[in-house]
Design a protein around this ligand. Structure first.
Ligand code: LLP
Length: 383
């Protein structure tokens, strides 16, 4: 994504704050992800939670990806945006009855099921509707993802998935449920994983669990290894290492596995194409720092306030000598800060600021706190 003078000039005429999506970057990312996965016979479901903007969703659907949804609304939205029901999976530790009914009515590929209690409810609702529910069991592999604590999902202390020690019980109960069709197994260990060795450990665990199921005559048709591939927030132009990532699974999953292998990628597909564009409202001196107050805050991009997440911040309109600033938003919360002591060219009221790598978990996590308006979206090919 390059902010040429021409692009910056056009962005200036839009009302800030808004998300700017570079559609060439999105297409390039999707091309590589789809090429590298297809070359190894893998399927990718896009994790809709990362960004459900319809323009982004429709573009992703055009590349033939499936959809990974975590609510009834996401499931309906995915189908409206062109994803196929047969390639849509529905995950989540707390699916409501209404959401389960939605999934069954739409005829999705499978429910990623997280507990015995959920299996029983799924069976009952499917029976009532005269349907069969296809299920992949989400197994908590107890693998440390070495990422932000708050977005680790695959260890024993997390609420997600079925613990390995419970599998015997789950399989016995599942065999007694007439409206459940067992399709396979599902894993997800966390998000923003940058140490790819973690996925080797996941492969080892998948191999063991595959054997466990196959020994009991339950050879999985589908093995879904989840998502989580991290991106380089320091260098937004670098595309995620799709080749290295898919290679790990190709090399470390057992050769004898005949199941189809699928992935649920969110961040790595959409983060790089999006920037939050904001205007500087005020520059003000604090006791120990100079604050740049933007017209975007935690309501537009929550990640820094919620996880102390780092996003590269750029001033698109100043070429003056560099100074250090604390960049904050307008919301009435101290954590509404994008970064402290950030080097920026001397910044003034009216300058245009880009907060990079915000195409995933940016617009999707926006809120109306302080009764602020939701951010708009602007696309490079319609600029
Ligand atoms: N599959 C499951 C079951 C998940 O829970 C997630 C993300 C994904 C796939 C997609 O993971 P990805 O490829 O995007 O890393 N709001 C946080 C991220 C939360 C991720 C939740 N689950 C953030 O802003 O970093």
């Amino acid at each position: 994504m390059t902010f040429t003078r021409e692009i910056t000039g056009r962005l200036r005429s839009q009302r800030t704050p808004f998300y700017y999506y570079d559609m060439d970057v999105l297409r390039e990312t999707l091309t590589i992800a789809s090429r590298e996965s297809a070359a190894r016979g893998f399927t990718v479901h896009y994790a809709v939670k990362a960004n459900f903007n319809p323009v982004i969703m429709k573009t992703i659907a055009e590349y033939g990806f499936g959809a990974d949804c975590v609510s009834g609304n996401e499931t309906e939205h995915a189908l409206n945006c062109g994803f196929q029901a047969e390639e849509t999976v529905f995950a989540g530790v707390g699916k409501s009855d209404h959401e389960i009914e939605t999934g069954l009515r739409l005829g999705i590929k499978c429910f990623n099921c997280e507990s015995v209690a959920e299996l029983k409810v799924l069976d009952e609702i499917a029976g009532r509707m005269g349907k069969k529910a296809s299920v992949a069991l989400r197994i908590n592999p107890n693998i440390e993802a070495h990422t932000i604590r708050n977005i680790t999902t695959g260890t024993d202390e997390n609420k997600f998935g079925i613990r390995i020690t419970e599998l015997d019980k789950v399989v016995t109960i599942m065999s007694q449920l007439n409206n459940i069709v067992y399709r396979g197994i599902h894993f997800h260990i966390g998000s923003q994983v940058t140490d790819l060795n973690v996925y080797r450990n996941l492969c080892t665990r998948v191999n063991q669990i595959y054997d466990w199921f196959t020994d009991r005559g339950l050879e999985p048709e589908v093995i879904n290894v989840g998502g989580g591939l991290g991106i380089n927030y320091n260098e937004p132009e670098i595309l995620p290492p799709f080749k290295e990532y898919f290679d790990i699974f190709s090399i470390h999953l057992d050769r004898k596995i005949r199941s189809s292998i699928s992935f649920e990628l969110g961040r790595s597909l959409t983060a790089g194409c999006g920037s939050l564009i904001s205007s500087v409202l005020f520059v003000k001196e604090g006791a120990a720092e100079t604050f740049v107050i933007l017209d975007a805050g935690m309501t537009e991009l929550l990640r820094p306030a919620l996880y102390h997440a780092f996003h590269l911040i750029e001033n698109l309109t100043s070429e003056l000598p560099v100074k250090k600033y604390t960049v904050a938003g307008p919301v009435c919360e101290t954590t509404d800060t994008f970064g402290k002591f950030i080097a920026l060219p001397e910044t003034m009221r009216g300058d245009l600021i880009a907060i990079r790598s915000a195409g995933a978990y940016g617009e999707a996590m926006a809120s109306r706190y302080n009764l602020r308006s939701l951010p708009g979206s602007v696309f490079s090919d319609k600029l």
